[in-house]
Design a protein around this ligand. Structure first.
Ligand code: FES
Length: 113
């Protein structure tokens, strides 16, 4: 059985943009030669639906929200390779800084600087 050092699951139900993020991250994993230890998978709803593009990294169980294309490089190098979570994208930090109502449209949401 293969055991991954880090396994990222990205919800594809949050936004159609999730597929682009997954594809980019998979390309980076493959190009880096880390495919034996790092894996990126599409997932269905992760039941954390109040922000667009949710993801979780195991084995740590680190939850991210509001992931966009600009975050791909940092997510790959900082967390998937180096094991350092991205504080500004942590779900618990986002909820404290910028609570969203359930009616907020994903396109109207902006990432915290
Ligand atoms: S729709 Fe993405 S976490 Fe539920």
């Amino acid at each position: 059985m293969r055991v991954y050092t880090r396994h990222l699951f990205v919800c594809t139900a949050c936004s159609p943009r999730a597929q682009e993020i997954i594809a980019s991250l998979k390309e980076k994993v493959k190009a880096s030669g880390l495919h034996e230890v790092v894996r990126v998978n599409a997932a269905g709803c992760l039941r954390q639906c109040d922000r667009p593009i949710q993801a979780v990294v195991y084995p740590e169980g680190t939850w991210y929200g509001d992931i966009c294309a600009d975050d791909i490089e940092e997510l790959f190098t900082s967390h998937l390779v180096a094991g350092v979570p991205i504080e500004r994208l942590l779900l618990q930090n986002l909820e404290e800084q910028q609570p969203l109502s359930p009616s907020t449209e994903p396109a109207a949401r902006t990432k915290a600087a």
